[in-house]
Design a protein around this ligand. Structure first.
Ligand code: NAD
Length: 357
């Protein structure tokens, strides 16, 4: 089924949650692949999440992994990377770099437009120039989110790729804008790009501002667990390695110009999820505190993954209960990792969503 076989993949945002798991996954599963990871190392990026990758595949390992600290908005830098001036020359991009936290987008939308919209535009422009100067088989994989589709009612059919875009947060609006730019570059300039839209990911190395690690790390310190509104907002969860495999499958076998939904087929209300986490941790439900609802809070997400399942043979592998238990286990055994990111970054952020109702 493979139609495209990149030798070198430029990953943007590879020091973030999904990016670091994706980089680890591709290097482990694609023995002939080299990866160049371009990441600015914002509060959400952490090279410690890739310490094992650096050791195995970096300069002192098999040499298949290169890290470049830099900004996707830096056109000259991206042009140089695409031309292979200082690192191996890529023949594909997996674009994951983004501002990714909805609450932060409510507190300050501008950086979301800068990074997610202008950053994507910079990459698209650099690719257009590079492929004009040095034409070659190439693919641009744009990693997006189910949130662009807006919100579902309890009995609505899941989102499919033709569901109209209906963003409700500055984060999802910025992602949808970047999706539209990617589409426009396919249609206008013939850029060989593909778009994926995925539901909520969970697993190791997720920054503890996102729901699952936020609840785990607070519960472990016996701190109150803030649950928005009535806690009945429903999310669909996908284990991050399953997402990594889906991204690879789309990159090498997807049809250019196509959108692929990716999801875990594991819907659960937030409150039930938090209760399950407390059960796994042996902590009491009395830690739960209902807090004022997030403005514009989408009620339910669910994904129809028929397209990727039937055309690329991908389906989620990890059972949700097993994945959740493994994730709790990971946070229990990696306390140093999350305590460090909490102490340096998170505490300084204004966390309006922790205010009690
Ligand atoms: P994350 O916030 O954990 O990581 C983002 C990474 O991008 C960080 O390493 C950060 O340093 C880097 N970055 C930010 N601005 C940059 C810039 N200007 N230049 C270079 N690097 C920069 O995000 P994540 O949760 O891993 O999400 C990755 C991608 O997947 C995002 O595009 C997000 O929209 C999308 N996505 C995430 C989820 C999810 O559940 N987390 C679901 C669907 C889609």
């Amino acid at each position: 089924m493979t139609t495209f076989a990149p030798g070198c993949l430029l990953v943007t945002g590879g020091a973030g949650f999904i990016g670091s798991n994706f980089v680890r996954w591709v290097l482990a599963n694609q023995p002939d692949l080299t990866v160049v990871n371009l990441d600015l190392l914002t509060y959400a990026g952490n090279v410690e999440s890739l310490a094992d990758v650096e050791e195995r595949h970096g300069r002192n390992g098999d040499g298949r992994y290169h890290f470049v600290r830099g900004d996707i908005l830096d056109l000259g830098l991206v042009q140089g990377l695409l031309a292979g001036r200082t690192t191996p020359r890529p023949d594909a991009i997996a674009h994951l770099a983004a501002e990714s936290h909805v609450d932060r987008s409510i507190m300050g939308p501008s950086v979301f437009v800068e990074t997610n919209v202008k950053g994507t535009l910079t990459l698209l422009e650099a690719c257009r120039g590079e492929l004009t100067a040095r034409p070659r088989p190439f693919r641009f994989l744009h990693v997006s989110t189910d949130e662009v589709y807006g919100s579902l009612g309890p009995y609505d059919a899941p989102f499919c790729e033709t569901t109209p875009i209906a963003c409700n947060s500055p984060y999802s609006a910025s992602k949808a804008a970047s999706d539209m730019l990617v589409r426009a570059y396919v249609e206008t300039f013939g850029l060989p790009a593909l778009i994926t839209r995925c539901s909520n990911n969970y697993g190791p190395y997720q920054f503890p501002e996102k729901l699952i690690p936020l609840m785990i790390t607070r519960a472990l310190r016996d701190e109150p667990l803030p649950v928005y509104g009535d806690g009945m907002n429903v999310r669909d969860w996908l284990y991050v390695d399953d997402h990594a495999e889906a991204l690879w499958r789309v990159l090498v076998a997807g049809a250019v110009g196509t959108v692929y939904n990716i999801g875990g087929e594991s819907e659960i209300p937030n409150l039930e999820l938090v209760r399950r986490l407390l059960g796994l941790l042996g902590k009491p439900d009395s830690l739960i505190r209902f807090v004022a609802d997030r403005p514009g809070h989408d009620r339910r997400y669910a994904m129809d993954i028929g397209r990727i399942r039937s055309s690329l043979g991908w389906a989620p592998r990890r059972d949700f209960a097993a994945g959740l238990a493994a994730t709790v286990e990971w946070y229990l055994s990696h306390r140093t990792w999350w305590e460090r990111v909490l102490s340096e970054a998170y505490r300084t952020a204004a966390a309006m969503y922790l205010a009690e109702r």
